[in-house]
Ligand binder design. Structure first.
Ligand code: SF4
Ligand code: ZN
Length: 313
């Protein structure tokens, strides 16, 4: 196959776009897709300071790389979750990426925060699933790091596969409040929130992997051990089958939802619940007097104390 742009030998074939690209043209294609997504959704400007949440995986490192390449002022944020060897290896990849390029990287060590909040410990003591604890901690520390560092924007590496699987899950259960908020840009609804953006939301996992490979990005290939059995993987698998039978399905599903379907859910009462209040303990946004994070910390502290002293007589 020949490159659709320059007619050289193609290295990658994108069935969803009915196109083939040689290496330089593919890198140009990928950058343009990101540039277009940023411009179409007014995600950020070159003057703004962007905090990129990096996990050590291909998507977030590719996002950091492409944002810098496009001239954005992007700083990395890594959350050390304390998930055994997986976290150790992920952190090594992120640190090596930043070191090799002379980039600023911020690291939040969950085990050193509050009463000690490593994901497996929080999950065990509160009997939550690791992903539920992790999700809550991520939200809090991403928001906190963005506001503490005076960033304008928080960017995450969610790709088309992630977003389409999330959309499928939301549609299958008709979670209208989730559908109302499923957008690639979330404007801040509280002074302690910054704008949240997903510049890779229309680029597939495969396209991001090819970009990372061509750019020589060394990323952690293994999945988080807690991801096994997640429902999202079932949705991804279903979408991959649909995509194989009809290339372009995922892109159309996502794009048309954003273009036409999403507005049917936006502005519904669930979304019109207004702006969050302010947590009386930590000052971060809260739905109620105390935020979910402070409630979690209080639960961890009281359950640990009970484990030491034994149940009250
Ligand atoms: Fe966190 Fe679960 Fe994702 Fe692992 S799979 S990083 S525990 S949300
Ligand atoms: Zn709080």
């Amino acid at each position: 196959m020949k490159c659709t742009r320059c007619r050289a030998k193609a290295e990658v074939h994108l069935r969803a776009h009915n196109a083939g690209f040689c290496r330089p043209c593919y890198l140009g294609f990928f950058r343009r897709q990101v540039e277009r997504a940023i411009a179409a959704e007014c995600m950020c400007t070159p003057e703004e300071r962007v905090l990129v949440a990096v996990s050590g995986g291909k998507d977030s490192l590719a996002l950091w790389d492409v944002l810098l390449d496009l001239g954005y002022r992007a700083t990395g944020l890594y959350l050390a979750q304390g998930i055994g060897g997986y976290s150790t290896r992920s952190q090594e990849k992120v640190e090596a990426f930043a070191r090799a390029r002379g980039l600023t990287l911020r690291i939040v060590e969950l085990g050193m925060e509050g009463p000690g909040l490593a994901v497996p410990d929080v999950a065990a003591v509160t009997r939550r699933s690791a992903c539920s604890a992790c999700g809550m901690l991520k939200r809090h520390f991403f928001d906190e790091a963005a506001i503490a560092g005076e960033f304008d924007v928080l960017a995450t590496g969610h790709n088309l596969d992630d977003e389409a699987a999330r959309l499928l899950g939301n549609v299958l259960r008709w979670q209208v409040d989730h559908l109302a908020r499923q957008r690639p840009v979330l404007p801040p609804t509280h002074p302690k929130f910054v704008r949240k953006v997903k510049p890779l939301h229309l680029l597939s996992e495969y396209e991001t992997a090819v970009y990372a490979f061509m750019r020589g990005i060394d990323y952690v290939v293994e999945e988080c051990p807690n991801a096994a059995g997640a429902t999202q993987l079932v949705y991804k698998d279903a979408l991959n089958r649909l995509e194989a039978a009809s290339p372009g399905t995922k892109l159309a599903f996502m794009r048309e939802f954003l273009r036409t379907g999403q507005r049917a859910f936006a502005g519904r009462p669930a979304e019109a619940q207004g702006a969050p209040q302010t947590c009386t303990r930590c000052g971060m946004p809260a739905w109620g007097e105390v935020c979910a994070f402070c409630k979690l910390v209080a639960e961890v502290e009281s359950k640990r104390a009970r484990a030491v002293t034994g149940p009250a007589a």
